[in-house]
Design a protein around this ligand. Structure first.
Ligand code: GDP
Length: 450
């Protein structure tokens, strides 16, 4: 049985949702290991459209267990709201959804602080989703935050006071500078300790059926021979340690985060599938070497429907960046690649692939750490012919036009990993599955059917 991590190899939005949904039936459970309700997956299930933020899309598969790991930050209202939405759509999650007792609680005051800070940064804003993710992670690392288990703890009031001691003065300073005026009264009142304690107790009651020591649950399943899928949110280049700091998310989105974010030891993880979009997109601010601010960029945005799932923000679009993708391969040790949205390139006469960065007269092949270097780097491109034929619905690699096959082969060569899936449209059927490659069977326990 295989325990497999699925990770985005770019800046997120690689189309993970569809691939996770596709390979889910090969697993017994899905665990998310980082992030919060800033991550958005759009999944089509039958003819319905689901936008899932906290709960893994595996919940849409009957009988599949889903876990929100300790590495996540969970906003109780968002979680309960999503649950209601699922139930409204007839999805019964009874007995198969668990939230780690050790996950961090994202409080409304974190949202207020996130928004006020983004506003204070003005033009230098990071472009966060302003959902409180960063401040909630800060509360964990600075050790004053609440974990899920604390919502019903006898010393709840003390813990809330500890949070208010840190966040309260910051919010007051922002308020004095006129930066929290847009925060709704409901959220502002959440800085009242008594109101917060009441809210926490109410959440504790409603969340009780879901809270568990999920590290024991997951490790027990592994001992029982079940197969687990570890689902990363965001993407490699947004990892707090390895990403394009400071324009990153606040958690470990690389494959290594699967171990720390779930309590499953690295030795129990069998492999990694990396999701790579056939071009690059990025949401929010930060360096983006292959960005296209021209008609081609706009074409990719429209054709690829590159607008944020959670925020609706238009995504920045550009050519495939192999410098970033090679770095992602180094960090994640991907065993196989899922190449997505190849169809978006179908009509282009020529396609560019970034093979290096030109910086101060030199060509770099590795992603530089220095922020200024990332900002100043110019892409070095190889131009390859487009295929100008439709790829949608191809079932075998041999169904693809030769130039599209060459594009796939080039990625395999450059990254040193086989492309196991080629996605040519949003629907499940629009996927080439490389059953001819042993890695596909190994990473999915041979349970992925044609
Ligand atoms: P995720 O968070 O990584 O899953 O990315 P998104 O939520 O941004 O999903 C990408 C969007 O593209 C969704 O609307 C998918 O239905 C769609 N999508 C996924 N794969 C493909 C593909 O191969 N081709 C096209 N045209 N759309 C796709």
């Amino acid at each position: 049985m295989a325990n497999t991590v699925i990770v985005g190899m770019q800046w997120g939005d690689e189309g993970k949702g569809k691939i996770v949904d596709l390979i889910c039936p090969a697993f017994d459970a899905v665990a998310r290991y980082q992030g919060g309700h800033n991550a958005g997956h759009t999944v089509r299930f039958g003819d319905r459209h689901f936008s899932l933020r906290l709960i893994p899309s595996g919940i849409l598969h009957e009988g599949m267990s889903c876990v929100l790991g300790n590495g996540m930050v969970v906003a109780p209202d968002a979680f309960l709201g999503e649950l209601e939405e699922l139930r409204g759509a007839g999805v019964d999650e009874t007995g198969r959804l668990s939230v780690s007792n050790r996950a961090t609680v994202l409080l409304p005051l974190h949202v207020a602080l996130d928004r006020a800070r983004e506003r204070a940064r003005g033009a230098a804003a990071i472009g966060t989703t302003s959902r409180g993710i960063g401040p909630a992670y800060e509360s964990k690392v600075a050790r004053y935050g609440l974990r899920m288990v604390d919502l019903a703890a006898p010393d709840l009031e003390d813990r809330i006071a500890a949070s208010l001691d840190v966040v309260g003065p910051q919010l007051q300073a922002h308020a004095a500078a006129g930066r929290v005026e847009e925060v709704e009264a409901g959220e502002a009142s959440e800085t009242d300790p008594a109101a917060l304690a009441d809210a926490c107790r109410a959440w504790a009651e409603r969340l009780a059926p879901y809270l568990a020591d999920t590290e024991h649950l997951l490790n027990g399943w592994i001992r029982d021979g079940k197969s687990l899928l570890f689902e990363g949110a965001q993407g490699t280049l947004l990892d707090v340690d390895h990403g394009t700091f400071p324009y990153v998310t606040s958690s470990s989105s690389t494959a290594g985060g699967a171990a720390t974010g779930t309590g499953v030891p690295p030795t129990a993880i069998d492999g990694v599938i990396g999701i790579l979009k056939a071009y690059t997109t990025r949401v929010g601010a930060g360096p983006f070497t292959t960005e296209l601010e021209d008609d081609t960029g706009e074409y990719l945005r429209q054709r690829g429907n590159e607008f944020g799932t959670v925020t609706g923000r238009p995504r920045r679009c550009g050519w495939l960046d192999l410098v970033a993708a090679r770095y992602a391969q180094t960090l994640n040790g991907v065993d196989g690649i899922a190449l997505t949205k190849l169809d978006v390139l179908d009509e282009l006469r020529e396609i560019k692939i970034c093979t290096g960065y030109r910086l101060r007269g030199e060509v770099l092949h590795d992603l530089p750490a220095e922020r200024a270097a990332l900002e100043d780097a110019e892409p070095v491109y190889d131009t390859v012919p487009g295929w100008q034929k439709t790829t949608a619905g191809a079932l075998e690699l041999s169904d693809l036009p030769p130039a599209a096959r060459d594009y796939v082969a080039r990625i395999e060569d450059e990254l040193g990993a086989p492309v196991l899936f080629v996605s040519t449209g949003p629907r499940r059927e629009e996927t080439i599955l490389r059953h001819d490659l042993p890695e596909l069977g190994r990473l999915t326990s041979g349970r992925l059917l044609r």
